[in-house]
Design a protein around this ligand. Sequence first.
Ligand SMILES: Nc1ncnc2c1ncn2[C@@H]1O[C@H](COP(=O)(O)OP(=O)(O)OP(=O)(O)O)[C@@H](O)[C@H]1O
Length: 295
Amino acid sequence: MEIQMKFIDLENILDLFNEKIDLRDKKDAVKLNSGTTSIHFNDVCFSYLHLKPILNHVNFTINAGQRVALVGAPGSGKTTIIRLLLRFFDPNSGTIELNGSNIKDVQQNSLRDIIGLVPQDCDLFSGDVMTNITYGMSTTDDKVTDAAKLVDIHDRILDMPDQYSTYVGERGQMLTREERQRLVIARTITKDANILIFDEPTSNLDNIAAAKILRSIKETYSDKKHTVLIATHNLSMAVDCDRILVLHQGEIVESGKHIDLIRLNGVYTRMWQQQPDHDEENICMPGLSGHSINS
Ligand SMILES: Nc1ncnc2c1ncn2[C@@H]1O[C@H](COP(=O)(O)OP(=O)(O)OP(=O)(O)O)[C@@H](O)[C@H]1O
């Protein structure tokens, strides 16, 4: 059954991220084409309100279809990189390109159409479960239930008083943080965007639930058609990504696969050693070749 398209204006969506947009499209802004998409940060510097620098000459390329982790301590600038990518703010200098197009030259609606985001604070809006997953998208019941099953919330929804029509309360307050997070991940999976961004995707889940959801995300996006960026300080999510970017005080200081970064014995290794329950076997993975920041 086709679900009716519902209009939810952009301001509301941005309110959910506690952000306000004041950037306007250029008159001749072009529509960004959908399709597998590469991401390129070219010498990006940024500070909020021109106060202390937050990002310093950030350079990286994520090839179309790659699954990349952006790791760093709290406050290192991971969420800021995501905000710039969604063009909530413009860099002070440098450029951000998707498939070679500077995002300042593209229509912001088309930019946000090709990006699916799971933000850190998974607030819902006042409405029912179904509307919170479909979020204005034209989709099918099957796609919604498939996504709900992937994130292990389908059975819980069926136990709710009105199942998928259950009212979730103001900002989803009638559900637990964990349930809200699962619904937002289900929404992102349903959107099936070209670029998937997860900002601390499992912060409200216990370790077992987090590992299960992560496995589902990895299986869903192993097709190389989606470009996936996972921002996290939980390195267990980064271990088997195609590449890991290590952000330290606003700079990308290391880049490569887990085993290469462990061999570097630098910032990443120190982060790994500080992880409470990391899996030692991952350190002993067979040799993998080195990767430069732009590989
Ligand atoms: N809207 C804002 N205005 C001013 N400073 C901000 C704003 N948002 C973030 N910052 C500052 O920018 C720096 C980077 O924050 P950011 O949220 O990007 O880091 P992060 O690596 O995502 O951290 P966390 O994992 O805690 O979310 C921090 O010093 C933070 O205090």
